[in-house]
Ligand binder design. Structure first.
Ligand SMILES: NC(=O)c1ccc[n+]([C@@H]2O[C@H](COP(=O)([O-])OP(=O)(O)OC[C@H]3O[C@@H](n4cnc5c(N)ncnc54)[C@H](O)[C@@H]3O)[C@@H](O)[C@H]2O)c1
Length: 355
């Protein structure tokens, strides 16, 4: 049974992926600073895994810490070797993800996302672990045209967050091309991960005002926010609102175990893969689907376009489907139903606020 280090594993995508990895049969070491997550998430992951598998064979060991801490990271790798469970691969989620904040705090974003990743890769190299799945993002592409984005589309991020993601991809390419040793690397370029596990036990729990549309819709539907603000009603799209590629977070989670399996079957590899559904959904379509599936109302108002937004971002996902023998299987209705179940069962996310 292989041991995998998951950085940022208690966050939104990380917690769902930990569940998928445990169910796949991996042992996990999860390193997280909890700067944007709760300790409750992984407790629920362990509970769910036991329920789903009727056994507690796979282990999840948590370490509180920062990816920029060289000593701590080295200790994690050395202890795993001492325990006869060397870390054989890393799934690297840890980082900061707000586009808005990255514009205000570029130094912080380059420090955490790029310096932190460099530190991690250094420790991996020193401990002969050179297999990694990295959380990249569709934000590294140049503003989209009407076409679906392929992995060969132009790369030109327009904000510091996207630039840090591209910088990490470039660093990984340098390692792959120039190192004497074989690296196995998968850069997964996520489109818009949304929804929650179907149990409603784990989901997205923004600590502050949500940056993304879907948690915002959920919070308006449950009444903790008055109305949804839709930025722009005059985009060149059929209903005038922006189009995105929404992928169920469990489909995304399963792409990680598929990527790991693929890398383990190779001697050396560098993969860049779009992880999306290939289907575009407008903001209004998402709101209408959410209302219909869940029988609730999501009041909204239109406001001006936001600087830096684009009309359409949709993946061509054919390469990941061909390469990974993986395919998104959950629909937009599933996304809306599961996301709403999570919100209903956890009106304040993982926090225990009662007002
Ligand atoms: N959610 C999205 O829409 C989206 C889209 C594309 C890419 N991504 C990327 O996927 C990854 C996971 O995203 P998410 O939505 O789960 O975010 P998240 O904030 O929920 O999870 C990130 C986790 O990393 C931890 N973390 C942050 N800085 C750390 C540090 N210095 N050391 C250790 N842990 C640290 C946080 O506490 C959190 O648990 C991120 O790298 C993000 O940039 C997310």
């Amino acid at each position: 049974m292989k041991t995998i280090l998951v950085t940022g594993g208690s966050g939104f995508i990380g917690s769902h992926t930990c569940l998928a990895l445990l169910d796949f049969g991996y042992n996990l070491v999860v390193l997280d600073s909890y700067i944007n997550s709760s300790v409750i998430a992984l407790k629920r992951v362990i509970g769910l895994s036991k329920t789903q598998k009727q056994s507690a064979q796979n282990t999840l060991h948590e370490v509180r810490g920062d990816i920029r801490d060289y000593k701590l990271l080295s200790k994690v790798f050395v202890e795993a070797i001492k325990n006869n469970a060397p870390i054989e691969a890393v799934i690297h989620f840890a980082g900061l993800k707000s586009v808005e904040e990255s514009v205000r705090e570029p130094l912080l974003y380059w420090n955490v996302n790029v310096e932190g990743s460099r530190n991690l890769f250094r420790v991996m190299d020193e401990n002969n672990c050179r297999t990694i799945v990295f959380s990249s993002s569709a934000t590294i592409y140049a503003s989209s045209t009407d076409n679906l984005l392929t992995e060969a589309s132009e790369l030109k991020p327009c904000n510091p967050y996207g630039k840090t993601k591209l910088a990490v991809e470039e660093l990984l390419r340098d390692l792959f091309e120039n190192s004497e040793n074989n690296w196995r690397i998968a850069n997964l370029r996520y489109f818009n991960p949304v929804g929650a596990h179907s149990s409603g036990e784990i989901g997205e729990s923004p600590l502050e005002k949500p940056n993304n549309l879907f948690p915002y819709i959920c919070q308006v539907a449950i009444g903790s926010r008055k109305q949804l603000q839709i930025y722009g009603s005059d985009w060149p799209t059929p209903d005038g609102t922006g189009i995105r590629d929404y992928i169920h977070v469990m489909d995304l989670a399963e792409a990680h175990s598929a990527a790991l399996e693929y890398l383990f079957s190779k001697q050396s590899k560098l993969l860049n893969l779009n992880i999306g559904t290939g289907k575009g959904t407008s903001v209004l379509e998402l709101v209408k689907t959410f209302e219909k599936v869940n029988g609730c109302k999501v009041p909204y108002v239109f406001s001006a376009r936001r600087l830096g937004d684009v009309s359409k971002t949709v993946a061509n996902n054919q390469l990941s489907i061909r390469t990974l023998a993986w395919e998104p299987s959950r629909s937009l209705s599933d996304i809306c139903r599961d996301g709403w179940r999570w919100q209903m069962l956890n009106p304040f996310g993982y926090s225990e606020r009662t007002h």
